[in-house]
Each structure stands twice: as structure tokens, then as C-alpha cells.
Design a protein around this ligand. Structure first.
Ligand SMILES: [Ca+2]
Ligand SMILES: [Ca+2]
Length: 508
């Protein structure tokens, strides 16, 4: 009795401390997706780590970041991206200790920054002790934790094609399912012991003060047969249960990777948030001056649920190369791409280094070029040693230390998001597309902001005809911009220089 009282007291204290740690609505601020291996090395081994990241929190705070998504940080066998997990409750020794994680959380909270962690739900590493046991013997207590063909009807494993591959692999005993490859065997989520194990692991980090999760590849949790393997009802039901567990803790945020159907997974009753894969291609095309893509961006924002997570690129090659490489260093067009999502609805995720115009690592595979060491500059570099992967090809000129116009612009955009509730939390309304210009309004009950983007390489006169009549608007971007007034019909015209952005706030 006294023990359970004590535990209750601890849980209450932890919840109280956490509830005060972050402002309500923090999850609508800008996030930074961080590959810890590539962020900051603290001990001179050429590999980034949690202490290194903690030492860079002031940089993130100064940038205006409100949330961090850590790519997997628990022990893994790949010694790179971390998605081949060998332990769900222990920080990878290369990155530090669980105590280092607790310290990162405390220090981030002091700066008003929440931290979410990648959680790899569908599979473990083939080196995970559970799978090592399961694969060696049909009598292993962990045999039913994974998906083996011998537990299914005869012929179950024939005729599968997943991502152009047969996902079944031979084990010392029998055949197992590995949707993402031989080294990442799928868990059997129909086994209650697996559910219980992962739910306890999720709680482990939440109890430490973690602010939520990015749940990896959730449409792949449960497969039914060779045809019905993607986005099955059972996978949705499990995703929903995980989201409910996580949000039984106050103030937590969950975002899902659900490439099968991001809009469905972003609904509040399912995951609540999901990455809007596809939008980033249209934003890049719009910023390169393709008119049909400008319309596509407007249509996407008009239709999407407010919980969508947006981005320009991430750690995966399929989502696209780093912005610098896609735009070949054209900073004006990169600024337009940045404004197209940082001033939009949803939760924007900046991929680390994007804010300084960091290029990819040279001579690497499409995935690896995206995961290079952060270009901090030569005064306080990523590492005193040779880094685990080559520095970005433009690290000498484009870094966080050199005078950097991109960084200054990102700070401006994020400051607008942090300072104007209509941008962070407001509805997306009154989108108007004309050629290569896009305007839209962001609105809460008490604030209206008008965003105007000129994607054309020439000056534009943009007509706004859906404003309140006789309204006064002040320029928020550029700061020195002239005020604007709508006529009795709610119309106004804005002159924009080539490849530029204007933001106005309606005076109440
Ligand atoms: Ca290190
Ligand atoms: Ca699966």
C-alpha cells in the first residue's frame, strides 16, 4: 500500500513537472529532425552523441525551435540510422547513457523545447536477443514474438511482393517475415506479449519525461496475407491504442510515419498527426516556378487535417535530396520553399542543416548523403576527429558560424510562427492562386494573418480580394514593408519583388 502510494506520488510529481515544462500548443511550433550521429560529437570519436546535442540546445533555442525529433537513439545493430533496434530501453552506447537522455530532456525543457523519439514498432534487428532466440528454435519462448511461416497455414509465405521484394527469409529454423529487409524481422503484433512489451517500453521513456514519439512505419504492423499486407485495420487499431497510451500522459505529441495514407493517419481519432508525404515535391516544384504545383500546394493545405506534419525533406532518399542540392544553391528559391511550409498549417519539421543551406555529404548513397555531420563551422566543428561520414560539400562556406542569410531568414520565419498564434495554430483559408503567386489567410478567432508568395522570377502585382472591407494591415515581413488597406469590397493589391514573400497582420 505504502509502495503504491509512493509510486502514485512519483507519477503525479513527474506529470506535474512535465505539465509545467512546455507551453500548451508547443507541438504547433517548428520541430527540428535531428540525426544524433550527425549533430555534435562531445568526446572526440567522430560520432555525434547526446551530450553533444545537449551542448547545442542554445543554438536551437535561438533559432526558435519548439520541438526536437530524435531519429532512433536506442541500441541498434546498424551503427548508423538506428532503425535496426537491439534494445528498446537503453540508449545506444555510442550516443551515451540513459542518464544522458534524462539530462537532455531536462535541459531541453528549461529552454521550452519538447523532445520526441523515433520508436521502431514494426520490427527489431535480427541481432536482437529475442530474435536470436526465436530464429534458432521453434521451441523458443520468443518464437511467437516474430512472424514465422511455420505458425501459419501451408503456403502462407508464397507469392509475396513487398517493395519489389519477397519479404520472407530463411532462419536457422524456418522462414521469417522482414518487410524492411533481412536484418529487420517483423514483430508478431497479434501476440499480446509483444503488445505488452512495447507498451511498457513506450511508458519507460514517457516516465522519464519524454514529450512523445514519432512512430515508425505504422501501416506495416500487421500483415494478413500476400495481398493484404499494407495498412490493414489491425494496424490502424494498434496505432490508435499507442496514441491513446502516449496521450494519457499530459501534453504529449505523437506523429506517425504512414506513407500508405498520411491523411487518414493524421485524423485525431487515429494517430493525430502524420507526415504529409507528397506535399514536399509540390512545394519544391512551386519554388522552382511551376504554376500547376502552386495550385497543388494551395489545394493540399485546404484539404488536409490540421494535424498534418509538413517538411521539405528528411533522412530518407525517397523523400528527396537536401534543399541545397535540389535548388543548386539558389537561396531565393530555397527561401520560398521554407516560407511555403513554415508559415503554413500543421506542424513543420525542419531537417537539421536545412536552415543553414547545408548540402549533402559527397560521394554517398542517396540515403547516406542526407545524413552527414552538421556544418557548424571551423571554430567549433562537429568533431575534433575525422567524422563518421564526410562533411557536406559546401561546409566551408555554408555553415552556422559564417554570416548566413539562410539562417537569418529561418529565424525570421520561425519568430513569426512563435509570435503570431494565427500562423502556428490558425485555420488555412481564402487561398488564391494567380499564375505563380499564392496568397492565403491564417486565422484564429482573434487574429488574421495574410501570407503572399511570389514564386515568379519577376515582380508581381498580387490582387487580394477576400479581405474584410476597409481593413488595415501591417507588414510583418519584411519588417520595413508599407502598411496596406483594403477597399469597401475587401480588395487590395500588393506589389512583390521577384521570388519574394510578404506577411501582413490585420489590425483588430
Ligand atoms: Ca561521440
Ligand atoms: Ca509487420
Amino acid at each position: 500500500m505504502s509502495l503504491s502510494k509512493t509510486l502514485l506520488g512519483c507519477a503525479f510529481l513527474a506529470a506535474t513537472l512535465h505539465a509545467g515544462a512546455l507551453e500548451p500548443g508547443w507541438e504547433k511550433g517548428a520541430f527540428m529532425e535531428i540525426f544524433v550521429r550527425g549533430y555534435q560529437d562531445s568526446n572526440g570519436d567522430g560520432v555525434g552523441d547526446l551530450r553533444g546535442l545537449t551542448s547545442r540546445l542554445d543554438y536551437l533555442k535561438a533559432l526558435g525551435i519548439r520541438g526536437i525529433w530524435l531519429m532512433p537513439v536506442t541500441a541498434s545493430s546498424d551503427h548508423d540510422h538506428g532503425y535496426a533496434a537491439t534494445d528498446y530501453r537503453r540508449i545506444s552506447p555510442e550516443y551515451g547513457s540513459n542518464a544522458d537522455m534524462a539530462r537532455l530532456l531536462r535541459e531541453a525543457h528549461k529552454r521550452g523545447i519538447g523532445v520526441i523519439m523515433d520508436y521502431v514498432v514494426n520490427h527489431s534487428s535480427d541481432q536482437h536477443p529475442f530474435f536470436q532466440s526465436a530464429s534458432r528454435s521453434r521451441k523458443s519462448p520468443y518464437r511467437d514474438w516474430y512472424v514465422f511461416a511455420d505458425a501459419q497455414v501451408a503456403g502462407y509465405s508464397s507469392g509475396w511482393q513487398v517493395f519489389d521484394k519477397n519479404p520472407w527469409y530463411p532462419a536457422p529454423e524456418g522462414e521469417y517475415l522482414g518487410i524492411f529487409g533481412k536484418n529487420m524481422p517483423d514483430f508478431n503484433w497479434r501476440n499480446d506479449k509483444v503488445v505488452d512489451y512495447h507498451f511498457k517500453s513506450l511508458r519507460y521513456w514517457l516516465d522519464m519525461g519524454l514529450d512523445g514519439y514519432r512512430l515508425d512505419a505504422v501501416p506495416h504492423l500487421v500483415e494478413n496475407n500476400a495481398k493484404d499486407w499494407n495498412d490493414q485495420p489491425e494496424s490502424r487499431a494498434l496505432t490508435r491504442r499507442m496514441r491513446e497510451l502516449i496521450q494519457s500522459y499530459p501534453g504529449r505529441y505523437v506523429v506517425c510515419e504512414a506513407t500508405a495514407n498520411p491523411v487518414a493517419y493524421a485524423q485525431p481519432e487515429l494517430c493525430g498527426s502524420a507526415f504529409g508525404f507528397g506535399l514536399q515535391y509540390d512545394i519544391v516544384k512551386a519554388a522552382k516556378g511551376q504554376p500547376e504545383a502552386v495550385r497543388a500546394v494551395a489545394d493540399y493545405y485546404t484539404a488536409m487535417p490540421p494535424g498534418m506534419a509538413t517538411m521539405l525533406s528528411n533522412h530518407d532518399g525517397f523523400a528527396g535530396r537536401r534543399m541545397w542540392d535540389q535548388f543548386e544553391g539558389n537561396e531565393a528559391r530555397m527561401r520560398l520553399a521554407a516560407a511555403s511550409y513554415l508559415l503554413g498549417p500543421g506542424t513543420p519539421f525542419i531537417y537539421y542543416g536545412e536552415e543553414i543551406g547545408m548540402a549533402g555529404s559527397p560521394d554517398q548513397s542517396p540515403d547516406d548523403e542526407l545524413r552527414g555531420p552538421m556544418s557548424w563551422g571551423s571554430a567549433q566543428p562537429f568533431s575534433a576527429a575525422r567524422p563518421f561520414r564526410p562533411y557536406a560539400s559546401n561546409a566551408a562556406t555554408q555553415n552556422a558560424q559564417a554570416p548566413n542569410a539562410m539562417l537569418a531568414f529561418y529565424k525570421q520565419l520561425i519568430a513569426l510562427r512563435n509570435g503570431l498564434p494565427a500562423i502556428a495554430q490558425g485555420r488555412f483559408e481564402q487561398a488564391q492562386v494567380s499564375g505563380l503567386s499564392l496568397s492565403f489567410q491564417r486565422r484564429t478567432e482573434s487574429q488574421t494573418v495574410v501570407v503572399v508568395l511570389n514564386y515568379a522570377n519577376q515582380a508581381a502585382e498580387v490582387a487580394l480580394d477576400r479581405l474584410p472591407p476597409l481593413a488595415a494591415l501591417v507588414s510583418e515581413l519584411p519588417r520595413e514593408g508599407l502598411p496596406l488597406r483594403s477597399d469597401a469590397q475587401g480588395r487590395a493589391t500588393v506589389g512583390l519583388p521577384p521570388l519574394s514573400i510578404a506577411v501582413y497582420r490585420l489590425l483588430p
